[in-house]
Each structure stands twice: as C-alpha cells, then as structure tokens.
Design a protein around this ligand. Structure first.
Ligand SMILES: O=P(O)(O)O[C@H]1O[C@H](CO)[C@@H](O)[C@H]1O
Ligand SMILES: O=c1cc[nH]c(=O)[nH]1
Length: 312
C-alpha cells in the first residue's frame, strides 16, 4: 500500500518528517551551498510563494529572467544571480516571490535537490508554497509541442507509486498530485491562443533509452514491434507523456505538504519515433511553453492580469 499524503497542513507551512532535524545545531544544505548558520534563510526566502524546478540550469535562469519581466520587477533581470553559485550541482535564481531551480536529470538528482529545497523552505518558514516542475518529455499519441499537465505520475508498469529503498527495504509512496492545481493550470492554458494542452498520466522512467523503449540506445534487446506494443499499452493506461522525475517529485512534495504540479512539453510523439529531430529554435520555443503557462498562473494568482510576453 503506498503511503499517501495529500493533506497540506492548515498552517500552510512546509512539513519535514524527520525528528532528527530538531536535534541538529546546524543544517548544511550541501548541494545548494546554503545552511542555517551561514545564511539567514527566513530573510532570504521567507516570502517565496512559487517554486519552479526543471532539469537544465539555463532553462531555469531563462525562466527567472522571464518571470522578472512578467512581474514588472525593477531592471531588465538579465543579471539574475545564481544563489547556489558556490556549488556546481544545481542553479537557483529568484524573481520576486518566484524561486527557479534546476534539478538535473533523473530521480536521484531531483531527489537530492528536493530534500534540500524542502528543508530550505521549512527553515525559511515559507507558507502556502506552490511547486511546479516545468520540463520536457516524449509524447504518446499527441502532437509534438503539446503541453501535458500531469494528473497522476506513474512508474514504468503504469502504477501510481514511487519506490524508494530505505535501509534495504522498498518503501512505496503515493504519487498523487494536486488535482485543483492541475485544473487551474488547464483553465489558464485555455486563455492562451494556439496552446495545445491536456491533462493526462505521466510515466516516469529510470532511463531515457531502454527505460523508455527506445531502439536507438547503445543497448537494445527488443524489437520495434515489442516497443510499440509497450508504448500502446502505456497509452491505453492513460499515459500521455514520458519523462524521468515526476514520481519522485510527486511523492516527496506530497509527503511534505506542498501543492505540486508537473507541466511538461512534448518534444516528439514516441509512437512515431525515438530521435528528437526538431531544430534548436523549435525546441527552444517548445521549452518556453510550460514557462508561459506557469507565468500566466502566477500573474493570475497575483492579480496581474493575463499579459504574456514570449520567454527568451
Ligand atoms: O526537460 P527536463 O526537465 O530536463 O526533463 C526531461 O529531459 C531529460 C531527458 O532528456 C529528463 O530529465 C526528462 O525528465
Ligand atoms: O522522449 C523524451 C524527451 C524528453 N525527455 C524524456 O525523458 N523523454
């Protein structure tokens, strides 16, 4: 039975479920190059309301610059500083109440970042934080460039669970995401012209090649027919896109009381091929789509109206 969570605390505070933390004199967030003794975390982050995470440091920098302009903050935002510059593992930027952080590729990388980010939000006494992963993915039976808002993150057997090995035992955690937030995002997408968006299941795998049924890795032991049979089964189970972090993201955020969403653009239709052939310009524009949607949501929440500038 997966351990379920989704009941955010009434206080709106971020929960950490670790009694050992209270006994520690200092908490060093090693991979973020931040700490409770070296930094005044409530002063630096206490007013953060939106956290956006995505794989690439450049994308998350561009997103912070884009949000800087969308929020009408002073200056052009071009010189946003990397708050984690002392560590070369992750990059973190802020624009007003929005924090933008990279998480690298895959579950181990996002898990480490999330443990430290969640503790950071806890130490900073942040309240009512919404967290969104803005990513890229392979689509299933949908047009490249479509944006998928995840209702449920599933594993490679199409089950809504995240398995974490703890002291040698497998702990199964629920991968529920916030349904109201997903609907709110879908409603925002309807207000953007020519913006193909849908809600569906997202399959999270441990690998980009064999793990996603690709025929073009360095290793492949299955036929093209077997690949298509697997991907069609995924489609029939409700999966509309495939990426590599959503189950861990949903499980960790849910257990810590964060309202979370996953919004990924699709770079190709995996029923049609494996290689990503679109030009850099097209891919860059695709990557901006989740950013534009999140900007619309944040502007709406902050009462700033629907204006949308293209992200750089
Ligand atoms: O676009 P991002 O956020 O990096 O995520 C997707 O892209 C990577 C693979 O190319 C994986 O990490 C997958 O989840
Ligand atoms: O096919 C794809 C494209 C982007 N990211 C993935 O994980 N898979």
């Amino acid at each position: 039975m997966p351990i379920s969570s989704l009941s955010p605390p009434r206080s709106g505070l971020v929960l950490v479920k670790n009694p050992h933390l209270d006994l520690m004199e200092e908490d060093i967030l090693y991979h973020l190059d931040l700490g409770t003794k070296t930094h005044n975390l409530p002063a630096m982050f206490g007013d953060i309301k939106f956290v956006c995470v995505g794989g690439s440091p450049n994308r998350m920098r561009a997103f912070a610059q884009f949000m800087h302009r969308e929020l009408g903050l002073a200056g052009d935002g071009e010189d946003v500083a990397d708050i984690c510059a002392g560590s070369d593992r992750y990059a973190m930027y802020r624009a007003g109440p929005v924090l933008s952080i990279s998480h690298g590729m895959g579950i181990p990388s996002i898990s480490i970042m999330l443990h430290e980010l969640i503790k950071l939000l806890h130490h900073a006494k942040c309240r009512d934080v919404t967290i969104i992963r803005i990513g890229t993915s392979g689509g299933l039976g949908i047009k490249a460039g479509s944006v998928v808002i995840t209702d449920t993150a599933v594993d490679s057997s199409f089950q809504p669970r995240f398995e974490q090995v703890v002291l040698g035992d497998v702990v199964v955690r629920s991968t529920e995401l916030d349904k109201d937030l997903a609907e709110e995002l879908l409603a925002c997408s309807r207000e953007i012209p020519d913006f193909p968006t849908l809600i569906g299941h997202t399959m999270c795998t441990y690998d980009f090649y064999e793990g996603q049924g690709r025929l073009d890795g360095a290793l492949c032991s299955f036929s093209s027919e077997k690949k298509l049979e697997y991907l069609r089964r995924a489609y029939d189970a409700g999966v509309r896109n495939i990426e590599m972090e959503s189950t861990a993201f949903a499980a960790l955020c849910g257990l810590c009381g964060l309202k979370a969403a996953v919004v990924c653009v699709t770079l190709l239709d995996r029923l049609e091929g494996d290689q990503i052939r679109a030009s850099h310009e097209v891919l860059w524009e695709y990557q901006q789509r989740p950013q534009r949607l999140i900007a619309a949501l944040i502007r709406k929440r902050l009462g700033l109206g629907p204006a949308l500038l293209p992200a750089d």
